[in-house]
Design a protein. Sequence first.
Length: 337
Amino acid sequence: MQRALISELQRRSGYPCVTLLVNTTRGEWLDQTQQLTIERLISSADRRLKGDVDDDTRIRVVEALRRLLLEVETVTCTDALALCASSGYSAVVKLGRRVVERVVVDETFATRDLVADLNRTATFRVVTVSEHVVRMLYGDRHRLAELLDDRWPLVREEDQSVASWSRAVVHALRAEQRRHAVPTVVAGVERSVHRALGAAELHTIGIVHGNHDRSGWDDLHRAAWPLVEGWIEADQMRALERLESARSQRRFAGGLDEVWTLAMEGRLELVVVEDTFAVSARVLDGRLEPTDEREAPDVVDDVVDEIVEAVLRHSGGAVIVPDGSLADHDRIAAVAR
């Protein structure tokens, strides 16, 4: 679900798109300090927009941000929040990791922290499969929650044959994978698991053996998370290996300037960037001129965000790796198409 929301944010464009990033306290309401921080960021966005856009647009964006603040005041928090607003769209994204608190005003929403959060919290699913019940759960680093609606759990009817039940399971799993293409851990006895894996076209990253028709959400999370965590680390390693392979194929790009140019031209298949790498810059004749004047109207708050968003917009991939992983490549590298 988070992945779908981020994809929607990445499709939105047009100045001004305002993103506020603020740290919160997991499991608690916004406290007074956090509310004041958000209000301060909203005021900063208001000042930056004044004289930069017409007053009607500025007022619509600021009012949308204030409505989002009222919305988040009524729900418990995670580790951070992203409040996103333009003149015709607004959304809140809860994040499972801390952020650098700031306001970003640009042509697109700042989604690199959101992409990094997906990599860290690893939105994934657990499917429990048996001869009688199939359950669907979604989770992140901290928890799993079961889908309970008119589709799930899938329960076998008393007179339903094995073949009919198998077809129904495969059809339901394929449909869910099309709706939400996320990594999957399958839990169940060997016979049921292999039947599901053989035809359902899931992106399966691991198997938890045994009957889990009645297993609790916490127990399933404890069993599945080591598999997901291993997959995250392997995904990062695969990205670094793809960079090395790209060297011999003359498809490697390294350093901010080269990666920026190729990303803007839609010529990157994969971008790999260190977690905290960020650069404010002016774009002059297609070239980057880094600057400390982050809030100046003609400055791109973070060109690394722009690169990630451009690559994803052109159907490429982005992987965030730990700081120090790309020390030899100025903290950012890519595989060209």
